[in-house]
Design a protein around this ligand. Structure first.
Ligand SMILES: Nc1ncnc2c1ncn2[C@@H]1O[C@H](COP(=O)(O)OP(=O)(O)OP(=O)(O)O)[C@@H](O)[C@H]1O
Ligand SMILES: [Mg+2]
Length: 219
């Protein structure tokens, strides 16, 4: 029922990795979850094969600009949570996905250049809001942070908040556990998952679910 798009006009910020981690965490909590793989590179499909038959995450592949609205609507009717993995650009497909979303997650690294892309991505969300005449909540999540960047992260967080864009409390640190996902298929939520990465993923998921619940209550 809840559609969450993960997008950024910048490539390589950790969108696909986050989508996979969140989806697997939902599945392992017993939730029904699908990923709409709207990036032509198909990295989610490759991960899904490695994850094997025990994994209950559904993946909808071969999604194009022409089919994305239907694919999201179909998945939203069948699954409790639908996560949309988008390409790192501002395309028509990205706008369509945002328009169908209950929440937009914008992952970003903390450098100044990356923040520019946060603002650019947020503008895409704002244009969709104007087009649809409805609010589309968005949250930034700071990702791939080096443990040495906590000072910079504070500046980044402040700058984003000064632009009235909410930032999740949880930060995703740069860890080998996140890179391994694409090789092993195993995510931090799995039985041998890195506990620190698992707690970050759980933190992001809890914040997202709380936001969605608050929205539903307000509606
Ligand atoms: N928290 C993290 N710690 C370490 N490496 C990470 C982390 N998140 C992502 N990566 C690595 O960074 C690279 C880019 O990540 P990912 O593919 O998830 O980004 P993306 O935003 O989906 O990229 P694209 O825009 O190309 O689709 C990958 O090699 C991934 O393994
Ligand atoms: Mg990706």
């Amino acid at each position: 029922m809840a559609v969450v798009s993960v997008c950024s006009t910048k490539g390589g910020v950790g969108k696909t990795t986050l989508v996979i981690c969140l989806a697997d965490a939902v599945a392992r909590q017993g939730g029904s979850v699908a990923i709409i793989d709207a990036d032509p590179n198909g990295h989610v499909a490759a991960w899904r094969e490695r994850a094997g038959p025990a994994c209950t995450v559904a993946v909808v592949s071969d999604v194009t600009e022409r089919t994305i609205l239907d694919r999201i609507a179909d998945a939203a009717a069948r699954y409790g949570v639908v996560l949309v993995d988008l390409e790192g650009a501002a395309s028509q497909a990205v706008t369509y996905a945002i328009a169908e979303s209950d929440l937009v997650l914008i992952p970003s690294k903390v450098s100044g250049m990356d923040l520019q892309e946060v603002f650019r991505t947020y503008e895409v969300v704002q244009r969709a809001e104007r087009m649809l005449r409805r609010p589309i909540p968005a949250r930034v999540v700071l990702t791939q942070m080096s443990p040495l960047q906590s000072r910079v992260a504070q500046h980044a967080r402040q700058e984003i908040q000064d632009a009235s864009i909410p930032v999740l409390r949880t930060e995703i640190i740069q860890r080998a556990a996140y890179q391994a996902i694409h090789f092993t298929g195993a995510t931090p939520a799995g039985p041998d998952g890195d506990p620190k990465a698992r707690s970050e993923v759980k933190g992001v998921l809890d914040e997202i679910l709380a936001t969605l619940a608050a929205q539903q209550e307000a509606a």
